[in-house]
Design a binder for this molecule. Sequence first.
Ligand code: SF4
Ligand code: MG
Length: 323
Amino acid sequence: TAPLLSVRDLTKTFPTRSGMFSRNKLAVHAVDGVSFDIGQGQTLGVVGESGCGKSTTGRCILRLIEPSGGSVVFDGKDVLALDAKGQQALRRDMQIIFQDPFASLNPRMTVGAIVAEAMTIHGLGADAADRRARVATLLARVGLKPEHMGRYPHEFSGGQRQRIGIARALAVEPKLIVCDEAVSALDVSVQAQVLNLLKDLQDELGLAYMFIAHDLSVVENVSDRIAVMYLGRVVEIADAADLYARPQHPYTEALLSAIPIPEPGRRKTRRKLEGEMPNPITPPGGCHFHTRCPIRKLPLCATERPEMKPCSAGHMVACHLRG
Ligand code: SF4
Ligand code: MG
């Protein structure tokens, strides 16, 4: 069966701030040829340091920002060709949850009004009473109380606010939710609770997730597949278990060795990542990772872009020396 979401060669270029004041306009290739699929009811974890383009990728898929190129097919529809009506329908089928739900929850609206508003926009619910009943059910489903309906966002903790964001996303019965660093700001124990809630909802409702995080440990237990991004490109993609057991890209190895190892001996290769993330406006040539790569081979790695290639079933890597 066709995947629910299929992204091919997605690109997004931004003019830079300095470019606006100089004659030579510089462009940041925030997303630089990204491809992946997400199956119905599946989770793709997307991981990389800040500035790697993971959030921009998520926003392009929802057309919250316009991609510069490539293709996005969702549920059989060409997302980048949708007219206004089609985009409205897309906004229902694909929802997004942000890192800071507080910033996206209107402080002047009650929780009940916030969740009901999402339904009203998409013409869901027979009338106000019906929507109210649905809101009560949704709040209970995400671990809040129906009587929370009349309260305001500032009356809730970070974890509770994220639950409100989830209830609002669920209110329109989406097929895919982009979780953009959705648990990154939460304490570890609260993180685990919200992750468990998202997993339960997935099992119950058949939701697909694109789960964006900067840390591989966060996505491990929720992802079916994982894509690792570096400076706008996917450098490795694999089934989650395969990625953790047999990482191929030196950058993935570096990210993994930053995670405390619960079982000694589970990972053979431990590498420290040298240096800072390069400026995305002027990324290193060839393999973007070559300035930090412990196994680089020069001049090859500095001059030729490594393309994604299969290294085993369902496992792709972009490295001249691997795969
Ligand atoms: Fe390292 Fe070269 Fe592979 Fe890039 S292509 S990850 S620089 S070995
Ligand atoms: Mg699952």
